[in-house]
Design a protein around this ligand. Sequence first.
Ligand code: DGL
Length: 371
Amino acid sequence: MRLEAITALTTAALAAAAPAAAPVKARQEDKVPNVTVIATGGTIAGSGSTFDTTGYTAGVRPIKDVLGDIPDLDTRANVTSIQYSNIASEAMVSSDIVDIAKMVNNLLCTPESDQAGVVITQGTDTTEETAFALDALINCDKPVVVTASMRPGTAVSPDGPGNLLDAVTLAGSEVGKGRGAMVVLNDRIQSAFYTSKMNANNVDAFVEKNAEIGGFLNYKPYFYYTPSQSTFKKTFNLDETLKQNDTALPKVDMIYGSQDFDQNLIIAAVAASDAKGIVIQGVGEGSIPSFAEDTINSVVAQGIPVVVAAKPVYGASAPKEDASSKSYIKSGFVKAAQAKVYLELALANNYSMDQIRDLFEGDLRSAMFGQ
Ligand code: DGL
């Protein structure tokens, strides 16, 4: 269980922790919303030498120091911070996500909640997985915002403080309600369902065109649409998920499609690592070589779902009209990393193979075949 300490940060504490900066304006607690920041690590909490934007160490600085880098944050929200962990996001596991989803639901979705919204800070490398899972698990319409940064606070022109100020402001806003989980970096608001990290290095990394729903001016949010969510979005009951699996979710392994595809990797994943589900990424719109189909379907016949996602960021792994109910499942517009999340949650909620097929293929089967 990761370190979990709730520290209530007041403006005075923030001002004391912050480096010498402009005098903090008087607290306006009766005029600003309450927002909780749950910190897990990543570059936004990273540290390195001044010119280092690649070799720094992620998950080093405490969230109270990271928040202290933002002048006048108290004019936007009364911020309470929780240091859930301080790690690089490639080291996060499904039990972290379930724990955080439980915390967010308890903070936001109970009748006695006094929080307007929640921000999760983490590494960019798996931001899309965390945001997608929270989008599926949070059962109220208050803003849930995942933010991160591409440069540590020690680098020249760090992006973390501005991203976090944007995220806290959005989390405390009325306009952010009813939009599902969101990802905020570089003055962009991306929907959790569609967003992906599109650039390995640039501060403008989250620019998935289907995900763009708004942005910021003067660190204040605006949206291009009225509140709406993806037509392909699914939700899961967190209590049911937790009842089945107190900590980790059922294991889903990922196989990368390419030339020289080896279907025996799927057999090995089931045999060696006790995978309860498999996601294959690509190639193309989720194409599987014909020589591999029998092996893959033999795994499905054992009751282990195999979901095949598209490799390109854009487009769908479209279902086949005549697909046997005993064959692998196409993921639709759900990308590979996100298909792993849905499949873990479906298995955690004891979905049948047909329910899993409908989860991924149902909307497109209706649209394409009228089924
Ligand atoms: N190790 C990467 C991670 O924690 C750093 C990348 C980042 O946070 O921008 O996701």
